[in-house]
Design a protein around this ligand. Structure first.
Ligand SMILES: C[S@@+](CC[C@H](N)C(=O)[O-])C[C@H]1O[C@@H](n2cnc3c(N)ncnc32)[C@H](O)[C@@H]1O
Length: 320
């Protein structure tokens, strides 16, 4: 998904639009989020968990406006599907890896605004607990869940997936849907994430996992495009997730690479931005709109060169 942080810097067009949409409170909320998001990068040179949360606080309205309610890549299984179907395909394949269909109690870490949880609670009748570090996404998620009449089955908790506010062995399955690289801003946190999921899952329970990973280091210019569009450095995404989960007490029972089938996500994003060019310019200003388009056009090549998109089923050792 497009996460162009540069557009949130100082543009008055953006604040004017925000004022129109959500008044002074909305503007103040976004200014505070922008400061919280940029400060750690400027002072300690890297993202922190709370700056990632601030980032999602900031981009959620605009991402929904241009992209939809799911914050992940599309999975174009047949190639010809529309974008909404491809987003749902991605949710479904991860749910299948987690065996959500036979779970009563599902944990969804980094749950976005609950679009995946809503789809799965409807389809399978399970109870889902979402956890999200972004206060704004928690607010919008609860609203969306209520609008779908599912507040009795989906609850959303504000918190850090690395320190889950739940008892040991309390869930039948977990979704880790394109979030691990967002949750873990250091190497140590990657191990911590696997351990935390191990702690809260019942023996034999499965995690449905998906995420973008990199197999090589991008150039400086490529990293600029990555940071601008995806709020990630490619080198941070160089992770052997199956290996980490295996070492922390899980068996990887299924595993695939779907990168080729996610690529239409970029054709779609480009066509949305090109089709709404006037609006994009008005919101973010000419210079930023132009730069964002330039970076956006580079992403498919960068992903073809270094990207892999891991989808896997990781089963906690022991019987259910
Ligand atoms: C790429 S989005 C995916 C959202 C959702 N899984 C979906 O597919 O729509 C990443 C999500 O992870 C959340 N997140 C990032 N770091 C987190 C953390 N440490 N703990 C909990 N949630 C986190 C973000 O706020 C955001 O909702």
């Amino acid at each position: 998904m497009i996460r162009h942080k540069r557009v949130y810097t100082t543009r008055s067009g953006f604040l004017t639009e925000t004022y129109r949409d959500s008044g002074l409170t909305g503007c103040l909320r976004k200014i505070a989020a922008a400061i919280k998001m940029h400060l750690p990068v400027m002072t300690i040179g890297r993202r922190t968990n709370s700056s990632v949360g601030a980032y999602f606080d900031l981009i959620t309205d605009d991402a929904r406006m241009f992209y939809g309610d799911s914050f992940h890549f599309g999975y174009f299984k047949d190639g010809g599907e529309d974008f909404a179907t491809a987003l749902n395909n991605h949710t479904d394949i991860v749910a299948d890896m987690a065996q959500v269909g036979s779970s009563a109690c599902v944990l969804d870490i980094g749950c976005g605004i609950c679009a995946p949880a809503i789809r799965l609670a409807r389809r399978y009748g399970c109870r889902i607990t979402g956890v999200n570090i972004s206060a704004e996404q928690v607010r919008q998620g609860r609203e969306l869940v209520a609008r779908h009449g599912l507040s009795d089955r989906i609850s959303v908790v504000e918190g850090n997936a690395l320190k889950l506010p739940f008892e040991d062995v309390s869930f039948d399955s977990a979704l880790c849907l394109e979030v691990a690289g967002d949750i873990c801003v250091t190497k140590e946190q990657k191990i911590k994430l696997a351990d935390e999921l191990h702690r809260v899952l019942r023996p034999g329970a499965r995690i449905g996992f998906s995420d973008l990973v990199f197999t090589g280091r991008p150039t400086r210019e490529e990293e600029r495009a990555m940071r601008s569009i995806l709020y990630h450095d490619g080198r941070e995404l160089m992770t052997d997730w199956p290996g980490i989960f295996e070492k922390r007490g899980f068996n990887i029972t299924r595993r695939m690479d779907i990168i080729d089938k996610t690529m239409n996500t970029w054709l779609h994003s480009l066509s949305v931005y090109e089709g709404r060019a006037d609006e994009v310019e008005r919101r973010y200003g000419k210079a930023i709109a132009r730069r964002t388009m330039e970076y956006l056009r580079q992403i498919p090549d960068i992903l073809s060169k270094y990207g892999s998109f891991v989808v896997m089923s990781a089963q906690k050792e022991g019987a259910m």
